[in-house]
Design a protein around this ligand. Structure first.
Ligand SMILES: [Zn+2]
Length: 81
């Protein structure tokens, strides 16, 4: 068995804890960023009534009809809040 001083053991556990917390934070950040990118890829915001609705990602048509006001909308990026 390797003798380890208590201060070294505490430092190792603190370093492991900080590493785990940073890794989880980074993983959550990347996951949320991917979800937001996907949402912005499939969402269309109406230029008249500002309703955000989903479009069919397989539909290659660039113009979609708003389900609320029936206005044709071209797919553009959603404005950030
Ligand atoms: Zn609309």
């Amino acid at each position: 068995m390797i003798p380890v001083p208590l201060s070294t053991l505490i430092f190792i556990f603190l370093a492991l804890g900080i590493t785990v917390v940073c890794a989880l934070w980074f993983w959550t950040f990347i996951r949320e960023r991917r979800r937001e990118t996907h949402r912005r890829h499939v969402a269309v915001q109406c230029r008249i009534c500002s309703t955000a609705y989903l479009r069919d990602p397989k539909d290659k048509n660039a113009v979609t009809i708003c389900p609320v006001c029936n206005t044709p909308n071209e797919r553009t990026r959603l404005r950030p809040i």
